[in-house]
Design a protein around this ligand. Structure first.
Ligand code: ATP
Ligand code: MG
Length: 585
């Protein structure tokens, strides 16, 4: 489907993301890479990877990691792989694999032919485990998961050695082979690295490398009933792929000694792990566990619900890849976790849409306006500007006639002070058209509600100016009733009412802070006819109301629009205030 008017070029969904990602301000990771290039540490190579676990959809926090990994590779002429960390068959599904591939692509990044799966390395990992057993660096342990926990000790107390720690190499090899052959039930045994039960770093207290899990894997099927743990799979996968800089979030800082230990024991290519701060956003949860709970609990309509912070949700909401990449560049990376204002993300979106989204007129809560002195059958084509920010976007014709719809909120029978829009006896400008003056109202006999207003127009004011120089204090938008498209419009607010859903403490329940008004459906909106056939995903500014985009639920005869974001930009105000404050000093 094409937009009906050729001049009207919406910002299309899935359009190739134009231009390179904006360059982030310099940061400590870039400094490390520059230094490694200077010293020739990795032979002048830069090779990163983005390693999602396919147990949910990607969210805006992942976008930060994607932009960072792909962005650094691009900046230094290197490569970035997409690798699925698919080591947990019970929680992972191919639905998620497909969604992740779609979303990374949509964000504008390309891994060329380097799409990998940790599960591709299961054979190699098994061989390496055997190598560690033979070197006396790994053993089969019969403690239950609960016992392993008890033996591990705490931050203040050393752990205790497992009674199975000193099994002979032969016995370990035999038991490990039998684990793989499926002779033992889930949880009966594990393979553990033999490191140091007294280490101050709990990750080094004989960490589990393999567990028994009789579960079918979405790629390897029933081939395996032992699965590698994250720490055992991750660094070795990095090594196999020749990764140089393994960039991950701060919670893995304490895992780095283990990452290094495995690679050193095996004596294989050794990437450098570097940690950065996770993205946290106000009024948002960014953990797949919590996002899955929202979906499974029916609190939202799915992973791509426009209120979700997933890339699929943001896309459906009308976010552009450019806005998200720009946001990721602006927030940068650091070594301390903080929280970013949601309004900054919205600001980046408005900045982008303001320049690119065509402006149109739409009435969300219609009120009939009849122009008594306008000829019954006349239809005039009014010339309207598609985007004043970009004259190249041209103009279009909008039909004008005797009966219009205006926004209910643009009329008050009894206007309060400072209200300059339409009221009995008052004159306003209809955007791109004429001055009209309200002469009367029609009310519902039972409810007393105003259901129609009557006006006269001044034919001399065509185009919106009075030759006699008289002024009006307001300009309102409208849609010709006979030409209007009926539409459903969905208005969204933040999904949560508190900046940190559930509060600062781990025991708080984020579901307690769900916003009961996060979705409002307006069934009777009226759109100007140029929106007929608007493509799913295309984005517009509805004049005076905000940015909107076409939802996939649309039908040709009945489009559905999502409000992407309102026009008011609190972040722009904050920035302005900061700048002005800065000047005074
Ligand atoms: P979650 O806690 O949301 O389940 P995760 O870290 O388990 O996320 P993975 O699929 O393992 O999700 O993440 C893939 C990559 O994305 C990892 O390198 C991880 O560090 C990074 N990542 C995940 N969440 C964020 C975030 N909020 N900010 C920045 N990077 C993130
Ligand atoms: Mg993870």
């Amino acid at each position: 489907m094409q937009p009906s008017s050729p001049e009207l070029k919406p910002v299309e969904a899935g359009a190739p993301a134009g231009g390179p990602a904006p360059r982030a301000p310099s940061n400590f990771i870039r400094e490390i890479i520059i230094e490694d290039l200077r010293t020739g540490k990795f032979g002048g190579r830069v090779h990163t990877r983005f390693p999602p676990e396919p147990n949910g959809y990607l969210h805006i926090g992942h976008a930060k990691s994607i932009c960072l990994n792909f962005g650094l590779a691009a900046e230094f002429g290197g490569k970035c792989n997409l690798r699925f960390d698919d080591t947990n068959p019970t929680k992972e599904e191919s639905e998620y694999v497909e969604a992740i591939i779609r979303d990374v692509r949509w964000l504008g990044f390309d891994w060329e032919d380097r799409l990998y799966y940790a599960s591709d390395y299961f054979d190699q990992l098994y061989e390496w485990a055997v190598q560690l057993i033979k070197a006396g660096k790994a053993y089969v342990c019969d403690l239950s998961p609960e016992e392993i926990r008890q033996y591990r000790g705490t931050l203040t107390e050393p752990g205790r050695e497992s009674p199975y720690r000193n099994r002979s190499v032969e016995e370990n090899l035999e038991l490990f082979e039998r684990m793989r052959a499926g002779e033992f039930p889930n949880g009966a045994r594990t393979l553990r690295a033999k490191i140091d039960m007294a280490s101050p770093n709990l990750n080094l207290r004989d960490p589990v490398m393999y567990r028994i899990l009789h579960a079918e894997h979405h790629r390897t099927g029933k081939k395996w009933c032992i699965y590698p743990m994250y720490d055992w799979a991750h660094g070795q996968s990095d090594s196999i792929e020749g990764i140089t800089h393994s960039i991950c979030t701060l919670e893995f800082e304490d895992h780095r000694p283990l990452y290094d230990w495995f690679l050193d024991q095996l004596g294989i290519h050794h990437p450098q792990q570097i940690e950065f701060d996770r993205l946290n956003l106000t009024y948002t949860v960014l953990s797949k566990r919590k996002l899955a709970a929202l979906v499974e609990g029916g609190y939202v309509r799915g992973w791509d619900d426009p209120r979700m912070p997933t890339l699929a949700g943001l896309r459906r909401r009308g976010y552009t890849p450019e806005a998200i990449r720009n946001f990721c560049a602006r927030i940068g990376v650091s070594k301390t976790n903080g929280i970013v204002e949601l309004s900054l993300l919205e600001h980046c979106l408005r900045e982008d849409l303001n320049k690119r989204a065509p402006r149109v007129m739409a009435v969300l809560r219609p009120l009939r306006l009849v122009i008594d002195n306008y000829p019954e059958d006349l239809v005039e084509e009014m010339e309207a500007v598609n985007n004043p920010e970009d004259p190249g976007m041209g103009t279009r014709k909008v039909p004008f006639s005797k009966v219009l719809y205006i926004e209910r909120d643009d009329f008050r029978e009894d206007p309060p002070p400072q209200y300059y829009r339409l009221a009995p006896g008052r004159e306003v400008r209809l955007r791109y058209a004429y001055f009209v003056k309200c002469t009367g109202v029609v009310k519902d006999e039972r409810t007393g509600e105003v259901i129609e207003i009557h006006c006269t127009y001044d034919p001399a004011t065509r185009g919106g100016n009075a030759p006699d120089g008289r002024r009006v204090k307001a300009t309102i938008h409208w849609v010709s009733a006979a030409h209007a498209i009926d539409a459903e419009v969905r208005l969204y607010e933040q999904l949560f009412t508190r900046p940190i859903p559930g509060g600062e403490h781990e025991d708080g329940n984020f579901l307690d802070d769900l916003n009961p008004n996060s979705l409002e459906v307006l069934a009777g909106a009226k759109l100007e006819p140029s929106l007929r056939g608007a493509e799913v995903g295309s984005r517009y500014q509805f004049e005076r109301l905000g940015y909107f985009c076409v939802d996939p639920d649309s039908r040709p005869e009945r489009p559905v629009f999502n409000r992407t974001v309102a026009l008011k930009d609190t972040w722009a105000k904050i920035e302005k205030a900061l700048k002005e404050g800065g000047k005074q000093r």
